[in-house]
Design a protein. Structure first.
Length: 495
């Protein structure tokens, strides 16, 4: 990829001089206090590997979907990518550039009945500008996880301010703020690894981090560092979860008019081309009979195709995108699936986010009985440690990790999930290009993750075009898997 920043040389004397001239500490960072940094909760002095931010830039890219994608009662047919470039210098004077990219998934992260799609997208764009200013104003050398840990409260304040100035009917949610900030966080992890000549996953031990995990996750983690919960080397491959959107044609008879772009258009066609063995079923959660019938129809089509291909084992997961009105709907769904297609239950790996994301407001949606049948994981609900612990009390048995909530968030939640023996999976935000490589890297470095959803090849392949040659094993599926062995480069291994 083309170098985005010129690589500059800097002497240790010049670096120390510039550090002495850095702006003083202050309790707030905002677009109007750029160049200052918040009061530090980090008691230990900086390490030679810590990075200081020199420059931050961001831009947007727009792509149209080849086919609409329906989930959770919403239909998406385009994507705006937020791309972030940063330049950093380590405390020892080594300079490097980093890159991060993420879809602005406003239809998923800013779910609202009163804020329109266009309004929420514009809010995320404005928030991205404020986050750029806040991030650029962080003046002290630190580890990227500590930078994100300290700046997230300022990002949330910025989201409130954007909501106020835009006069939005609802405030930008925390989840949406995390999605907007995630490309900045990714770029910092990427730059950190490149400046230190390592994969960022090798930079999570005591040699590089000033704090053990108790600083972020509580006293149960005292004496433990993140390197205990991530792999030093990626697993060589990981199973792909192929998504079947709620309105996607299953078989030929479902197609009203073919797209005709040479890519598969039915489930059997996708299974044959990519040797798919893992299928994610998007359900609308508003009509029990329709949801059950859709699962039965998918099983019928998949079973016929897999047996014709000589495949004996395949798996499913079902995602309601929080549309079930209550846990009773989920239990009825599982009961009817058992009656109509009992073989599906034996193939069902997990259920994802069946009911409303606001766990505090819905304490009666307890998943204990459902989790005895199949793991039930949170996705939209998982925004912090508090929500993770609350989900466990409510009977959820797993979590969905997503790089769109931030690399820092993802690896910390991966540690928490492993500590408490939760089921783990890595899910998508229709991540294309660099964001898909990033997501695959996360999945291949977290113990216990065996699958990854990656549906940009289905819905927005045009956004993958410039990345295919650089990472062929990620973008050309073989044997139903993504090849991840090569994700060992410096930083996130993206560029």
């Amino acid at each position: 990829m083309k170098q985005r920043f010129p690589i500059l040389t800097i002497t240790r004397r010049d670096f120390l001089k510039s550090s002495l001239l850095a702006a003083p500490l202050t309790k707030q960072i905002s677009p109007t206090t750029a160049g200052k940094q918040p009061s530090s909760s980090l008691a230990k002095s900086s390490r030679p590997s810590d990075i200081r931010i020199l420059d931050v830039r961001h831009s947007f890219e727009d792509y149209k979907y080849r086919a609409p994608y329906q989930f959770g009662g919403r239909t998406v047919d385009n994507v705006t990518l937020l791309n972030v470039d940063v330049r950093v210098v380590t405390a020892s004077g080594k300079e490097a550039a980093g890159f991060g990219s993420m879809p602005l998934g406003n239809a998923w992260s800013f779910l609202s009945q009163v804020v329109t799609y266009d309004q929420s997208l514009e809010a995320m764009k404005q928030l991205a500008g404020n986050i750029r200013t806040i991030t650029a104003g962080y003046a002290r050398p630190a580890h990227p996880i500590d930078i994100n840990f300290e700046l997230e409260p300022e990002y949330l304040k910025a989201a409130t301010e954007v909501s106020r100035t835009m006069k939005l009917a609802e405030t930008i949610p925390k989840l949406c703020t995390q999605v907007t900030a995630s490309a900045f966080d990714a770029a910092l992890h990427d730059a950190f690894g490149k400046a230190n000549g390592i994969s960022c996953y090798l930079g999570y031990g005591s040699q590089y981090m000033s704090h053990d995990l108790s600083h972020y996750l509580g006293p149960e983690f005292r004496g433990e560092f993140l390197d205990r919960y991530v792999l030093k080397q990626p697993v060589p491959s990981i199973f792909l979860y192929h998504s079947v959107g709620a309105s996607d044609p299953i078989v030929e008879q479902d197609i009203k008019q073919r797209i005709g772009d040479g890519l598969p258009e039915t489930l059997p066609e996708w299974i044959e081309r990519d040797q798919i063995t893992h299928i994610k079923i998007k359900l609308n959660g508003a009509d029990l009979k329709a949801d059950v019938e859709r699962v039965v129809s998918i099983e019928r089509a998949a079973a016929e195709t897999q047996r014709r291909l000589g495949v004996q084992q395949w798996k499913y997961c079902c995602d309601f995108n929080e549309r079930c009105k209550d846990v009773g709907y989920l239990m009825s769904f599982l009961d009817q699936i058992k009656q109509r297609a009992p073989e599906v239950l034996s193939r069902l790996q997990y259920i994802e986010q069946p009911t409303a994301r606001d766990l505090k407001a819905n304490p009666n949606n307890r998943m204990h009985e459902a989790a005895k049948i199949v793991p039930v994981v949170i996705d939209e609900s998982l925004v912090d440690l508090e929500s993770f612990h609350l989900s466990r009390k409510l009977g959820y048995s797993g979590v969905a990790l997503k790089v769109c909530k931030g690399q820092s968030h993802a690896v910390l939640m991966a540690a928490a999930a492993q500590k408490y023996k939760s089921f783990l999976c890595v899910q998508d935000l229709t991540c294309p290009g660099a964001s898909l490589v990033h997501s695959a890297s996360l999945a291949s470095h977290v113990p216990g993750v065996f699958t990854i959803e990656a549906n940009s090849r289905q819905y927005v392949p045009s956004a993958n075009a410039k990345w295919k040659e650089k990472f062929p094993s990620i973008f050309k599926i073989k044997g139903g898997k993504l090849g991840t062995a090569g994700l060992t480069g410096p930083g996130l291994g993206v560029v």
